[in-house]
Ligand binder design. Structure first.
Ligand code: ATP
Length: 259
């Protein structure tokens, strides 16, 4: 049985139809990466899966008792608020210190407990948010652009941590990325979203390809892969909203296109 299933989702925000006819599912233990350009509805889909948004049509079915862990795209914190990592993990509900430490260890942030939240690097902050999501003991982790703002080695290290967590805890993972071509290589499936599901498939792991090495070097230990995909249709003809961001990317990726 799938952990979560969405059928024929329609979501309108304001006057803007953000999602139409979206079918989506996640099987136990699966890593699914959702790619799509800015504004394509990725966060909206995650929030609908979480239950934070109600679809106008269609439905989301969760396995009974499903436990979700969510890492939001942004978390605003008052930098003047003195709070260390361990204390942050006990808000809003109290959690035993041993559980907090175990979650930090699992997220690769075991040494950060006494550090002030305001002094963390971007990568460290993301790991603390990951630890917070793990406190829920999730069957499914939902990560909204968790590597945004991290450099390539930082992203690769984060992806490897998520892969480790999947292996160790057995949870499924849904990861959102606005990078259309570079995804976590451990993804079992990549779903390309642009208001609707354009296409989906396996990432093609091409760590040995010259173009991949030119982009990312050889120092990412295979954590990144290219997702090569072809769209069978053009969007500008079919949709009523702006897709003018060169989503027509049914072609091989080259260095100049990525930089
Ligand atoms: N509360 C809202 N009211 C009206 N429009 C909204 C609202 N929230 C989001 N939108 C619009 O819905 C569209 C999809 O937003 P969403 O955040 O889901 O996209 P995204 O793919 O996650 O984008 P990004 O990669 O930039 O995070 C955008 O055009 C956004 O402006």
């Amino acid at each position: 049985m799938n952990l979560i299933e969405a059928q024929r989702l329609e979501v309108t925000l304001g006057s803007h139809k953000v999602l139409s006819h979206v079918d989506f599912h996640v099987a136990p233990g699966e890593i699914v990466t959702i790619v799509g350009p800015n504004g394509s509805g990725k966060s909206t889909l995650l929030r609908t899966l979480l239950g934070a948004l109600r679809p106008d049509a269609g439905k989301v079915t969760r396995k009974p008792g499903l436990r979700l862990g969510y890492v939001p795209q942004k978390l605003m914190m008052d930098p003047t608020l003195p709070m260390n990592v361990m204390r942050f993990l006990s808000l809003p509900k109290r959690v035993p210190a041993a559980e907090r430490q175990a979650a930090l260890d699992e997220a690769g942030a075991g040494t950060l407990g006494e550090r002030p939240m305001s002094g963390l690097s971007g990568g460290q902050f993301q790991r603390v948010l990951l630890a917070r999501a793990l406190l829920e003991k999730p069957d499914l982790l939902l990560l909204d652009e968790p590597t945004q703002g991290l450099d390539q080695p930082g992203s690769a290290a984060f992806y490897r941590q998520v892969e480790h967590i999947r292996e160790h805890l057995g949870c499924a993972v849904v990861m959102v990325s606005h990078e259309l071509h570079v995804v976590m290589s451990a993804s079992d499936r990549v779903v390309c979203l642009n208001g609707h599901v354009c296409c989906q498939g396996h990432p093609e792991v091409v760590a040995q390809a010259a173009e991949y090495r030119a982009l990312f070097g050889t120092g990412t230990a295979g954590a990144l892969a290219l997702y090569r995909h072809e769209h069978s249709h053009r969007h500008d003809a079919a949709c009523d909203h702006d897709h003018g961001h060169a989503h027509d990317h049914g072609h091989a990726h080259t260095r100049s296109e990525a930089s």
